[in-house]
Design a protein around this ligand. Structure first.
Ligand SMILES: *Cc1c(COP(=O)(O)O)cnc(C)c1O
Ligand SMILES: [Zn+2]
Length: 408
């Protein structure tokens, strides 16, 4: 496929491949439109490609950059013990995005947006972040030798703010919610010659998430899973996962079959898409975010209505998890897989648990849960639910401390 145009998702108006963040006719969101090419990519060519997301360059709107961080090819981990604990007889996997350079899937979307920004001649990167995008943008800019301007809500987890600053970015902690930050950045994108990766570059940025689906299919032997559970903030990742599987099939790479059943997960403190799904509504009513899942705290999600379409058209659901459920989800995944996820993955695990409890997942299914970020960035969420045993440096004291456990 060759990127040919930006297309309005609202009115279908066509725009050039520039840094545009909304349709000038209807203010609708834009996405990249492609032309078919004569020589489609083959499985063999992809398998022989670079060990990062650029092996899927044929599905991306910009040529692979000559330098930058190695992003993608994250492990798809079989999770038999997690499945057993949930009473599932299915083939369950977790796709583990913690292996990316800044430990979340946001490195993928930034890789594509940054490459396009460089191609368009921009000399600085910027973003409005719920957390993980801050570090991903700051790191990409550092790798490219560009300045970065990062805007985050001031109440963000310290780990995420500090890491972004350590990469040398200029970090603005904004007094307001993510939605306030996003509005500010929309104004700044007009005023400043900065490539806002998720504002003015959003159409390119979003394409990066397709690679998470293409990798999943490749690692499943070029088939799509039957069912997916993924978190939703703006709804971009969730909708692009389905698009990635569909494009892989259209290109003849991924075995034919029905769309995966798509389940979306939100934190109860910010669940506008789950609420609209439950209400049978076709649009999303904005909310003011609260709760532990800060990386998903977008009260007015840009792709909310498209996410509703994805859930309904695939027979899926969009559900929310309370803070205590998401903490249980983090600990469940950690103790059964050895993978420590941040709050977004806890939300995903909680929704997986809910599906298992309802008996919705068939024994013969292949199911993939997307663990999109690293637990070390949201450590405070887990602190109240874990404990250490204080002992002197003495064997008897350790034995004494273990004694009650030995009895039970
Ligand atoms: C940003 C983010 C998401 C979801 O983002 P979308 O805006 O829905 O694409 C999921 N998980 C983590 C950890 C994130 O940082
Ligand atoms: Zn339009």
């Amino acid at each position: 496929m060759k990127a040919a145009r930006l297309v309005c998702k609202g009115c279908s108006a066509v725009h050039p491949l520039e840094a545009l963040f909304a349709c000038d006719r209807c203010f609708g969101p834009l996405e990249v439109g492609y032309d078919e090419v004569d020589a489609p990519v083959s499985r063999a060519a992809i398998e022989a490609g670079p060990p990062n997301l650029w092996r899927y360059a044929g599905f991306l709107p910009v040529a692979p950059p000559t330098h930058g961080l190695p992003v993608g090819r994250s492990p798809l981990v079989r999770a038999d013990r997690l499945a057993a604990e949930l009473g599932l007889a299915c083939e369950l996997y977790v796709k583990t995005e913690t292996s990316n350079p800044t430990h979340s899937f946001k490195d993928r979307v930034v890789a594509v947006a940054a490459a396009k920004a460089v191609e368009l001649g921009y000399e600085a990167l910027a973003c409005a972040s719920t957390g993980n995008l801050a570090g991903a943008t700051a790191a990409a800019a550092a790798a490219l030798g560009l300045p970065a301007y990062i805007f985050v809500p001031a109440d963000l987890e310290r780990e995420k703010i500090v890491a972004a600053a350590a990469y040398g970015a200029t970090v603005f902690a904004v007094d307001g919610s993510y939605d306030d930050v996003n509005r500010l950045c929309s104004e700044l994108a007009y005023e400043r010659p900065w490539a806002f990766v998720n504002v003015s570059m959003r159409a390119y940025y979003a394409e990066g998430s397709k690679t998470i689906a293409l990798e999943t299919a490749e690692d499943l032997g070029w088939r799509a899973p039957d069912r997916v559970v993924a978190p939703i903030a703006s709804g971009s990742l969730y909708t692009k996962i389905l698009q990635g599987f569909r494009e892989g099939r259209a290109a003849g790479l991924v075995a034919p079959g029905p769309d995966p059943i798509m389940h979306g997960a939100q934190g109860e403190g910010c669940a506008p898409v789950a609420t609209a799904f439950a209400d049978g509504a076709d649009h999303v009513v904005p909310v003011r975010p609260t709760g532990l899942a800060k990386s998903l705290a977008i009260g007015n999600p840009a792709d909310g209505a498209f996410a509703l379409d994805v859930a309904r058209s695939t027979g899926g659901t969009i559900e929310s998890a309370a803070d205590d459920e998401l903490v249980d989800g983090i600990r469940l995944v950690a103790r059964t897989t050895g993978i420590f996820t941040e709050t977004a993955g806890g939300v995903t695990a909680a929704v997986l648990r809910r599906l298992a409890e309802r008996g919705e997942i068939g024994a013969g299914e292949t199911v993939v849960a997307y663990i999109t970020g690293d637990g070390l960035k949201t450590i405070d969420a887990v602190v109240p639910s874990v404990a250490t045993i204080d002992v002197p440096a003495d064997v008897d004291a350790v034995d004494a401390a273990l004694a009650p456990a030995a009895v039970t």
